[in-house]
Design a protein around this ligand. Structure first.
Ligand code: DOR
Ligand code: ZN
Length: 345
């Protein structure tokens, strides 16, 4: 029985760090285990310009624990006013590794996102030319579409037409939650990648709604039926290069999670690697964990694999804090609902 596994150091290809006190509180959880992360730009106000991204990167670097070599990979938030020349300059300088597309109104701080997809076509065409990836929050915002169908409908109505009209554009389908997304990703060429979160490998919609409402399991896209969770498990553990880890670790204070209209997001940064080792072991796929966490993402982003390693050891149940404290109150750490036996050593 395997009791220790050493991986090339993992990266997180979709992470929310927020700003200020929250940034300082949550950053160490990621920086302890991960070498790099794609940093989401949905601050208030959003990270729209290269100057915004430089300033945000500096705040992240100043919040790092002493001695940490964690590298934030910056993104710009795509708006209908985005200037393709600015994006190209930010990419040429090495500042940004992707641009993020939020359909306006789809999720937290997405109000400045895109409503008219034709209006961003010049930017997408320029990105295709220069090889800059587009990270996509793939849900339609049409209130007539059931929330559990919004990802599948987005693929048909928006994503597929967008990719057909912008050949060569490198796209990441972020935090996929359905078998429809897995099948679409598998049917496309290598300009399409897909990230999968830790929590969508663990929970289905029953975990949120059955036996009482569980706000800490509410995120967007919302977890779907069990058959979709199983499709995600198969994709993540398959070893296929197009699937890689993007935790979408999204901290909110408990106060903001537990409101009558609570925020979407699961905070998984502290225990993601322990959970993933367990998931991959349960699916007899520990040998595929390194591809998912450490190799497939760099290959898609055309970045080198990290040189350092990370070792996980199996033993007695791991203890991890149930909360991370911030001056605005605690942030609850995602609870997979079972003991974890793999610890980062
Ligand atoms: O659950 C989510 N939380 N999904 C998102 O798309 C945004 C994120 C956040 O920023 O809190
Ligand atoms: Zn996110």
């Amino acid at each position: 029985m395997t009791s220790q596994i050493t991986l090339q150091r993992p990266d997180d290809w979709h992470l929310h760090l927020r700003d200020g006190d929250m940034l300082r509180a949550v950053l160490p959880s990621t920086a302890t285990h991960f070498a790099r992360a794609i940093i989401m730009p949905n601050l208030v106000p959003p990270v729209v310009t290269a100057a915004d991204a430089v300033a945000y990167r500096d705040r992240i670097l100043s919040a790092l624990p002493d001695g940490s070599t964690f590298e934030p990979l910056m993104t710009l938030y795509l708006t209908e006013q985005t200037d393709p020349d600015d994006v190209a300059a930010a990419h040429a300088s090495g500042l940004i590794k992707a641009v993020k597309l939020y359909p306006a109104g789809a999720t937290t701080n997405s109000a400045s996102g895109v409503s008219h997809f034709d209006s961003v076509r010049p930017t997408l065409e320029r990105m295709a030319e220069i090889g800059l990836p587009l990270c996509v929050h793939g849900e339609v915002t049409d209130p007539n579409v059931d929330i559990f169908d919004r990802e599948a409908v987005f693929i048909d109505r928006i994503l597929d037409p967008m990719r057909r009209s912008t050949p060569g554009l490198r796209v990441v389908m972020e935090h996929i939650t359905t078998s429809n997304a897995v099948e679409y990703a598998r049917s496309q060429d290598d300009t399409l990648g897909a990230t999968i979160t830790t929590h969508h490998l663990v929970i289905n919609r029953n975990h949120i709604l059955s036996g009482g409402i569980k706000p800490h399991y509410y995120c967007l896209p919302v977890a779907k039926r069990e058959e979709h969770r199983l499709a995600l498990r198969c994709a993540a553990t398959s070893g296929e290069a197009r699937f890689f880890l993007g935790t979408d670790s999204a901290p909110h204070t408990d106060e903001n999670k537990l409101l009558p209209c609570g925020c979407a997001g699961c905070f998984t940064a502290p225990n993601t690697m322990s959970i993933l080792a367990q998931v991959f072991e349960d699916d007899c796929a520990l040998d595929k964990l390194e591809g998912f966490t450490s190799l497939n993402g760099p290959a898609f982003y055309h970045l080198p694999v990290n040189e350092e390693t990370l070792t996980l050891t199996k033993g007695n149940a791991v203890t991890y804090p149930s909360h991370v404290e911030t001056p605005d109150g605690p942030v609850t750490v995602f609870d997979p609902g079972y003991d974890l036996n793999w610890r980062v050593t």
